[in-house]
Design a protein around this ligand. Sequence first.
Ligand code: F6P
Length: 492
Amino acid sequence: REDGETPRAPGRLVVASNRQPYRHEYGEDGGIEVDAPTGGLTAGLDPVVSSSGGTWIAWGDGEADREVADDEGRVAVPPGEESYTLQRVWLPEAAVEGYYYGFSNRVLWPICHEFVDLIDHRPEDRDWYRHVNREFADAIVDHADEESVVWLQDYHLGLAPAMVSEAVPPETTVAQFWHIPWPRAGAFRAVPDGRELLEGLLGNDLLGFHVESYVATFLDCVEEFVPGAAVDRETAIVGHGDGETRVVATPMGVDAESYDERSRAVDRSQWERLKERYDLPTEATVAVGVDRLDYTKGIPERLAAIEELLAEYPRWRGEFTFVQKGTPSRTDIPAYRDLGEQVRSEVARINDRFGTDDWRPIVYTEEFFSQEELCALYRYADAMIVSPLLDGMNLVSQEYVAASVDGGALVLSERAGATEVLGEDVYTIDPAATDSFAATIDEALSAPEAERTARMDRLREHVFDHDLEWWMDRQFDEIARCRNDGADRDGG
Ligand code: F6P
């Protein structure tokens, strides 16, 4: 592939994901507006599906989504180009509650992140998860033929691959990328009917994870819970019945170039406006945190480390401000609402303890930030602090690096997939070890500028060399390999 060209899928793509790339909504004047992807996987994959001319299957939500779709739930996108079909799957409220808020996010999410105390399993949720996976699988089968590459995304669709592979021609390739961690067998044991989930995933020809440690724990679980499956540790291929599943680690990256470009395009005045809006001292050293409000992100642990920093390294008082942007997420689930309350009250307590008339140590906001405002924050902050207790990858940390065109420092949890790939140039912390966490923030903020710059330069090189397109190319290479192996086996 030439530089600048869109990654090419080895066949007509049929992508399936819980979230859709385009969402239609009613504007203030009652007209229909379309919300196009601005970042992440949907924005990166959209041009790829466009050029392969395929289909994207996803949960359609709301009246405006229905109004623009035809009787079968189909709408041609992107607007103006109409180069592929967005196939919406309509889910009644009870299905959303059971499949999305229920089994996906009250059972699989906590188990995969090893928060087994937070599992909240309601038996009917399991049935809804099966039902919705069947709906997705049926939609996929309707759109797939011998030439197709079916590419499923994430943990919402763990049963669909086996349902699909039973129904499509043997030449069709079925692949999936699991964007969150894969737990150790001890935690996986808590998945109700865990074997069914593993067998669902073994319906894939290819199964991708971010890092090798998740490949290893997945293979452990297959060995332990799927009798009869043959696990080859050398090749990471699982043989089962007539089929085989290749399991690979391909760490996901971000669209580094566009963060770099957007960040170079912001000027200091945008930063000055943000400082004014949030009342930041003119000369303060600033660190940022940007997260969905999720209990896996280690935000209370981060606040404890900031408190410790102010207590034990008093020279930062009045000199340092931590800006935390939180995005409320999955708020129908009590554990998420509780976290929001905990974060807001901890921020208030720490600000009460250390704040003065003209200095607030922590600025906490849930306001919307445009991409430009985010890039201004990333570019002009002195450091970013990312402290998940477990995270599949953590793309925000890579976005910060890509936008740090004038340097900066990344303080990153040893429990994020990103640490496995970014290596020793991040300032690594254990989010639960408050003392050393605070000491590392101090180290990152006070390191000589030459050291900070050298480390950030190397991080930037890595993030640019392993960006979102690199990740897609790797996935497509692996898929092409599965297709060739399949053709060889069938004597094609
Ligand atoms: O990291 C997993 C993930 O499901 C992403 O795919 C998604 O962007 C994020 O979590 C947000 O979750 P939700 O789609 O539940 O809002």
